[in-house]
Ligand binder design. Structure first.
Ligand code: NAP
Ligand code: MG
Length: 496
């Protein structure tokens, strides 16, 4: 790192507000506990964040409740709320370099990706939702009940929303949660992942600067088993919006049963990416490599199960192996880095466990693999890995690894590959590569997934609904569909 870069990094870290954000003020956690923030590229501690407690969750929920019931937020016009949320987007852009540095330091992702993707996508998300603020509508309904009626529906905010997010795209996930909750007039308590809370803290401060009234956005950092559990079970929280693993999703649902709060879930995936014999391999090979190796495979929609028609199997696997080996793995802050480390030591151990399991079950690595796993220094590095000779019953094929590990299998016909692709507890995304229009449309119909990409992969857009079939989740974020997650629908019948 040059002296200028290290000054910029120090300034970015210094600008992160210390403590929990409750009722518009930065406060220490009850009991004063802290959690170390670790740079995954070095394994070194770079600062500390507050370890919130159940008592802090009580305080944050009370602040949100007060802001919701008594504050100005719900009384603002949709246009005024939209302007404030739009202003958050502008502030994200104004502080883009600082936020990109924080995201890279915290998550390990390449600085080029933080600059080109995480920051602009976060700003775009706030902008899209800002526009939605003025487009929240109900319907008039012609009812057949005897008499004369004016019947209509209105959408109202839910109240106090608990939001729990993961560590793979921390700032973008905060935007996906905060923006729709804000434009619909709710108040929020956000719990970022314990490993990656820095951008959420800064974002909350920028939201305040943009004009979000005190208490409308609260951030309680801390452990999932403490803060997350308290939020999910809290009797005065009206809804939990969760993004994370399917296992934790199940715990959220159990915890939410107490007051039957609403729940929306964006969970894991093990998404099939299918290459037919007639596909344009000059596109299919590089995009399929990105589908699994982008963000070191720490992506819920990652195309992690590859199915290739036998006619082109060798060509595709060879092409992918060449690309995998050419990816420059290194520290996130190095501008040459194409793939950074995994985000935590815990996750590194988990991914290594999968690589060992694959080897023990007979899978063969044509790139990366268990022995190549060592990286630079003490960072949490894994090499881009492609496993062949895999079978549908292997752990590496069935479970979500959430790392840069692709499992490949060959196929001969459409029915066979549909059965293989749909043989999963998950249903988040799927990719199809073919030049034949009929094959493409048939596959779109038959794949059990919330998002299907044809001759492409990982197209997420604020306008395009996003969510999972099966155990990949409940509900759809983005687009107008997200309004259903953050509003109650009231039916009105006026006798006239
Ligand atoms: P995770 O363990 O489920 O954690 C997600 C969040 O939940 C974290 O903030 C975590 O806190 C918190 N948490 C943990 N246990 C909790 C509990 N019992 N009650 C309430 N909150 C709890 O998942 P992760 O390992 O961080 O993230 C990776 C997973 O998320 C993958 O499976 C991936 O597919 C999924 N994901 C899905 C999407 C999507 O949109 N569908 C997007 C991104 C990621 P701590 O940080 O303290 O553990
Ligand atoms: Mg970290």
């Amino acid at each position: 790192m040059s002296a200028t870069e290290s000054t910029a990094v120090d300034a970015a870290l210094a600008a992160v507000p210390r403590g929990l954000f409750i009722g518009g003020a930065w406060v220490e956690a009850t009991g004063g506990g802290v959690i170390p923030v670790v740079d995954p590229s070095t394994g070194e501690e770079i600062m500390e964040i507050a370890a919130g407690t159940a008592a802090d969750v009580d305080l944050a929920v009370a602040a949100a409740r007060d802001a919701y019931e008594n504050g100005p937020w719900t009384r603002l016009s949709p246009s005024e709320r939209g302007r404030i949320v739009w202003r958050i987007a502008e502030l994200v852009e104004e502080h883009g370099e600082e936020l990109a540095l924080l995201e890279t330091l915290d998550v390990g992702k390449p600085i080029a990706a933080s600059r080109a993707a995480d920051v602009p996508l976060t700003a775009d998300y706030f902008r899209y939702m800002a526009g939605l603020a003025t487009k929240i509508t109900g319907e008039t309904v012609a009812i057949s009940t005897p008499g004369e009626w004016h019947s209509f529906t209105v959408r109202e905010p839910l109240g106090v929303i608990g939001q729990i997010i993961p560590w793979n795209f921390p700032m973008l996930m905060a935007a996906w949660k905060l923006a729709p909750a804000l434009v619909t007039g709710n108040a929020v308590v956000l719990k970022p992942a314990e490993d990656t809370s820095l951008t959420a803290l800064r974002l909350a401060q920028l939201a305040q600067e943009a004009g979000v009234p005190d208490g409308v956005v609260n951030v309680v950092t801390g452990y999932g088993h403490v803060v997350g559990v308290a939020l999910a079970g809290h009797p005065d929280v009206d809804k939990i919006a969760f993004t994370g693993s399917t296992e934790t999703g199940r715990e959220i649902v159990r915890a939410a049963a107490g007051n039957l709060k609403k729940v929306s879930l964006e969970l894991g995936g093990k998404s099939p990416n299918i290459i037919f014999g007639d596909a344009d391999l000059s596109q299919a090979i590089p995009t399929s490599a990105d589908a699994i190796f982008y963000n070191a495979g720490e992506s819920c929609v990652a195309g992690s199960r590859l199915y290739v028609h036998h006619d082109v199997y060798d060509e595709v696997i060879d092409g992918l192996a060449v690309r995998a080996k050419a990816i420059r793995v290194g520290p996130g802050l190095d501008p040459e880095t194409e793939m950074g480390p995994l985000t935590s030591r815990r996750h590194l151990d988990r991914v290594r466990g999968f690589l060992e399991s694959g080897a023990a079950e007979g899978a063969e690595a044509v790139a990366g693999g268990v022995r190549d796993g060592a990286g630079d220094g003490d960072g949490f590095f894994v090499d881009p890995t492609i496993l062949v000779n895999t079978r549908p019953d292997m752990k590496v094929v069935r479970e979500e690894i959430f790392g840069p590990v692709l499992v490949a299998q060959g196929f001969d016909d459409v029915d066979e590959v549909v059965a293989l692709a749909n043989d999963s507890q998950f249903g988040l995304a799927a990719g199809v590569w073919t030049k034949d229009l009929a094959t493409a449309h048939r596959m779109v119909r038959r794949l059990r997934a919330g998002s299907v990409y044809v001759n492409s992969y990982t197209v997420t857009d604020p306008a395009l609904p996003f969510g999972g079939f099966r155990q990949s989740g409940w509900g759809r974020e983005h687009g107008r569909e997200v309004l259903e997650l953050y509003t109650e629908l009231k039916s009105v019948a006026v006798a006239i």
